[in-house]
Design a protein around this ligand. Structure first.
Ligand SMILES: Nc1nc2c(c(=O)[nH]1)N[C@H]1C(S)=C(S)[C@@H](COP(=O)(O)O)O[C@H]1N2
Ligand SMILES: [Mo]
Length: 458
């Protein structure tokens, strides 16, 4: 049942639960995508309408609005009394948006708790992932931990590495100076299925182990300073979670010293959700999701990496020569077009807004180029709003579809000058048997009938 990847014992990689989808799963997901098409048609129109001032023309057979009962007949909501204020609990999205959900990959080998749910990137705008749609990855299920009983310990693998071990309650942590920052989190296995060219049908499954939130918390550096850490000798920290997964990851001290690593309790203006680590999680900007330890209960400082199970057996990159790369934890520059994307359907030729997300674990996105002919010609997209470091950036670009098959791609460049690679380039260096850190250029094929499919171009 549990398909763990154990390269040592079997001599070959068995696909991990995080990256495996079988043929039946692919069929089911295609059926699902078909069923949610109507949602996309509506979205395509509102997006085009919102573009505003430019003389946009959408194909229309009759004069605008002629004979439309939605204009001619007064609807109920314009006549009677509306609902009273919502005071009986937490506000919820419209019932018409009920198909916008996290989804589990039906073909994924899984136990009930060791699982993953994907964020519906195709339905999201801007850069923030609503907390109820944030992807989930639990190695041993989630918990709703009583914050009054939760503790965070700071200690040393050798007592000489700090002046005193400390234990914090949540109340104590929340009295300390806090910061709020927007960052993306991406599981290292995101887009993992595409290594094997499985070509899962929708962007939810190909790129949905990605989310972005405003996180609030205390820089870990503040806590280590309070404990009197000897930074000359303590060059690493180990973060440990309070769930049954014994999740623990080594983080180099430079990241902590920079002030970027946060002990976070806030997510998008409220406390973290239980699925995302309530009441405390580590935020390690730019680094793969596994290091963002949830239910954070202990930080140990040390003078060398720990090589825990999640570093020595899992989360390593299998290279072409049969060797493994270890501790490749930074999520390199990557982007994906979310509209139009796999499973969606273009109604008719004419104007469309191509929209997508770009990010880099090394800093800011400098530019995103978009191609509609499989990479022969590129145009530079608009980056929306403020471009932030180690954060999602939304891009948009106009496109007039001529009704012919099109191959839509995006290619991001970050402020280190790194350019997102093609599959051909990525495979030259990394081979084709890896699971993690696939940041290749994604291609969506728009067929002449308007259907959009996931294809892989070299
Ligand atoms: N304690 C604990 N922390 C954890 C995990 C876990 O199972 N337990 N999963 C890790 C992995 S592999 C990822 S990708 C992220 C997922 O965070 P999310 O569930 O908030 O999206 O949490 C990481 N932190
Ligand atoms: Mo992960």
């Amino acid at each position: 049942m549990s398909a763990e990847h154990e390269p040592g014992r079997t001599g070959r990689l068995i696909k991990a639960p995080e990256n495996f989808i079988d043929a039946a799963g692919v069929r089911q997901v295609f059926a699902e995508a078909k069923a949610s098409r109507r949602g996309f048609l509506r979205q395509a129109f509102t997006a085009a309408a919102a573009a505003g001032a430019a003389p946009l023309v959408l194909a229309q057979s009759k004069p605008a609005g002629e004979g439309d009962p939605n204009i001619l007949e007064l609807p109920e909501h314009s006549k009677g009394l509306g609902q009273p204020v919502v005071t009986d609990g937490y506000g919820k999205p419209s019932k018409y948006e009920s198909n916008v959900q996290r989804r589990q990959s039906p073909g994924l080998t899984q136990t009930a708790q060791a699982s993953v749910s994907f964020a519906p990137l195709q339905s999201l705008f801007g850069i923030v992932t609503p907390s109820g749609l944030h992807f989930e990855r639990h190695h041993q299920g989630w918990w709703d931990i009583d914050p009054s009983k939760h503790r965070l310990m700071i200690n040393g693998s050798d007592a000489k590495l700090l002046k005193q071990a400390l234990v914090f309650t949540m109340d104590e942590l929340m009295r300390l100076p806090s910061v709020s920052r927007f960052h993306f989190i991406e599981c290292g296995a995101n887009t993992g299925m595409e290594w094997g060219n499985v070509a899962v049908p929708t962007v939810q499954y190909s790129h949905g182990m990605l989310s972005c939130s405003e996180f609030t918390g205390v820089p870990l550096r503040v806590l280590l300073d309070m404990a009197g850490v000897d930074y000359k000798r303590a060059r690493y920290v180990l973060a440990e979670g309070a769930d049954g997964s014994s999740m623990s990851r080594t983080i180099p001290m430079e990241m902590v010293e920079s002030g970027e690593v946060l002990v976070a309790y806030g997510q998008n203006g409220e406390m973290l959700r239980p699925e995302n680590g309530y009441p405390l999680r580590l935020v390690v900007p730019g680094v793969q999701g596994v290091s963002w330890v949830k239910y954070l209960r202990r930080i140990e400082v040390g003078d060398q990496p720990w090589a825990t199970k999640d570093e020595a057996i899992h989360y390593m990159d299998l290279m072409p020569g049969g060797q493994h790369r270890q501790y490749t934890s930074i999520q390199e520059c990557k982007s994906v077009v979310t509209t139009p994307s796999g499973g969606q359907v273009l109604l008719d030729k004419g104007f469309y807004n191509i929209s997508g997300l770009a990010w880099s674990g090394r800093g800011k996105v400098r530019k995103v180029d978009v191609s509609v002919d499989g990479g022969r010609n590129w145009r530079t997209a608009r980056l929306e709003g403020q471009v932030m470091s180690k954060c999602l950036t939304r891009f948009n670009i106009d496109w007039t579809w001529d009704g012919q098959p099109a191959l839509i791609q995006s290619r991001a460049t970050d402020d280190t000058g790194f350019v997102q690679p093609s599959y051909r380039l990525l495979r030259e260096v990394r081979g084709s048997r890896s699971i993690y850190h696939n940041n290749a250029i994604q291609t969506w094929l728009v067929q002449a009938d308007g259907e959009v499919r996931n294809v892989q171009l070299g």
